[in-house]
Design a protein around this ligand. Sequence first.
Ligand SMILES: NC(=O)c1ccc[n+]([C@@H]2O[C@H](COP(=O)([O-])OP(=O)(O)OC[C@H]3O[C@@H](n4cnc5c(N)ncnc54)[C@H](OP(=O)(O)O)[C@@H]3O)[C@@H](O)[C@H]2O)c1
Length: 232
Amino acid sequence: MRIGIVGTGKMGREIEVAAAGRGHDIAWRLDSKGNVAGKGITPDRLAAADVVFEFTAPAEAVGNLLALAAGGARVVCGTTGWSAELPRVTEAFVRGGGALVHAANFSVGVRHFFELATRATRLYAPAGYAAYLVEEHHAEKRDAPSGTARTVATIYEMETGRTLPVTSVRAGTIPGTHRLVFQSPEDDIEIVHRARSRAGFAKGAVWAGERIAGRTGVYEFGELLKEAVVGA
Ligand SMILES: NC(=O)c1ccc[n+]([C@@H]2O[C@H](COP(=O)([O-])OP(=O)(O)OC[C@H]3O[C@@H](n4cnc5c(N)ncnc54)[C@H](OP(=O)(O)O)[C@@H]3O)[C@@H](O)[C@H]2O)c1
C-alpha cells in the first residue's frame, strides 16, 4: 500500500516503522506546520496514497477528517478525544465515498481487555463488589480520561446503570496502563493492561489500514476484528 501520514509525532513515527515492516511505502507525511487548518490535505496527496493514517491531537482531528472525507480518502484515525463529533464525521465519509476506521485504542490486547471487563462486571457487580479504574499515561497526553478508560466506563455503565469512578495519572513516559479493580471488604480483583511500547497500537492500526483499502464506510476497529475472527 501507499501510505500518507497526518501527524508525525510519537504514533506517526511508530506507524512508519510498522508499515515499513509490512512492506508498505510511505508516500507522504504531514506535520502541523505543513497542515494549518487541514490545508496540507490536497487532491495530489490524496491521489498518491491508498490509506491515510491520522494521529494528531483532539482539537485537530475533526478538521483533518472532514478534509480527508471530502477527498474520498481511506483513513485510519487513532486520535482520541473527538468522539462527540463522530456522527458529523461519519456523514462526511458516507457523502465522500471513502472509508474510515477509528478507535481510541488499536491494541488487540486492549480489545480483549474490554471483553474481560464486560465478563468481570457481570460477575462481580451483582456480588456487591465496588469497581474503579485507574489509567496512567505519559505527561504529554492531552485528553483525560483516556478514550480506552471511557470505553470501559461505558461498558460498566451499560451493565450496571452506575458510573465507574475513573482516575487519570499523567506522568513521565508511560505508553498506557489501565487497571480495573473490583473490591469487596474481603478481597480485590484487578485486571491490568500495560502497554510496553506504542508498537502494539501501530501494529493494529496498520492491520486496520490493510483491511479497509478498497472498502467504503465507517468502522470501529472492534468491528473489523470481529469480521476477521469469524472469517467474513
Ligand atoms: N488509537 C490508539 O491506539 C492510540 C495510541 C496512542 C495514541 N493515540 C492518540 O493519538 C494521538 C497522537 O498521539 P501521539 O502520541 O502521536 O501524540 P504526539 O506525539 O503529540 O504527536 C501528535 C503530532 O500531531 C501533530 N499535529 C498536530 N496537529 C496537526 C495537524 N493539523 N496536521 C498534522 N499534524 C498535526 C503534532 O505536531 P506539533 O507537535 O507540531 O503540534 C504532533 O507531531 C493522540 O490523540 C493520542 O491520544 C491513539
